[in-house]
Design a protein around this ligand. Structure first.
Ligand SMILES: O=C(CO)[C@H](O)[C@H](O)COP(=O)(O)O
Length: 221
């Protein structure tokens, strides 16, 4: 699978969100990554439905919505109606994860599960067959601009081995500290989708950086 690049809107300039959405539409980015934080599951509050509505109106690429919130079941229908294509919930935030995944699918979205850096991939074994995406957090969720956690490579390799053994089709996504410097090693380990915030939005030329990330990912393969 070709590398999927998902710029994280968390790092965008919200004073000019429409312009940010428009350049992403024109770029080689594949998805918009939308980080929703509630100040309970993570120690930060980001944004919610008003920003989703702006994205729904102007974005021409899939909205990859990452819910860093407790009790996500309460809001899945609203995120689906607000234009989410993929809804990812945290394993650590769901008591009845299987039920939550079914709910996401009932609302016509692809379903993902995210795991924090301390959570072993083995805990996903009995839900993998139901998933379209697994998001391995490579930083502790809550803030952009953090340093990539090196342990992520071995977690990705382990998950990729489970994927090969099972022949399930889910996408492996990584989020946090991803850049043109580590994308090749991550792609070789088995990552399909790359969320990047600061690396893209703080680049001198974000569109060029996305092209560079795609080239770097596939180098020497
Ligand atoms: O989910 C997130 C934080 O919880 C962000 O998407 C992630 O940190 C991306 O930002 P950066 O690439 O700057 O690390």
């Amino acid at each position: 699978m070709k590398p999927i690049i998902a710029p994280s809107i968390l790092s965008a300039n919200f004073a000019d969100l429409k312009t940010e959405i428009e350049w992403i539409n024109e770029s080689q980015a594949d998805w918009f990554h939308v980080d929703v934080m509630d100040g309970v599951f993570v120690p930060n509050i980001s944004f919610g439905f008003p920003v989703m509505e702006v994205l729904k109106k102007y974005a021409k690429k899939p909205l990859d919505v990452h819910l860093m919130i407790v009790e996500p079941d309460k809001y899945i229908e609203r995120f689906a109606n607000a234009g989410a294509h993929i809804i990812t919930v945290h394993l650590e935030a769901c008591t009845h994860l299987h039920r939550t995944i079914q709910l996401i699918k009932q609302h016509g979205c692809k379903a993902g599960v995210a795991i924090n850096p301390h959570t072993p991939v083995d805990l996903l074994a009995d839900i993998l067959q139901d998933l379209d995406l697994v998001l391995i957090m490579s930083v502790n969720p809550g803030f952009g601009g953090q340093a990539f956690i090196e342990q992520t490579y071995s977690k990705v390799r382990k998950l990729n081995a489970l994927k090969s053994e099972s022949q399930y089709e889910f996408i492996i996504e990584v989020d946090g500290g991803v850049s043109d410097q580590n994308i090749n090693k991550l792609y070789q380990a088995g990552v399909n989708a790359f969320v990047a915030g600061n690396a893209i939005f703080k680049a001198e030329n974000p569109s060029t950086l996305i092209i560079k990330m795609k080239e770097s990912a596939s180098q020497n393969l």
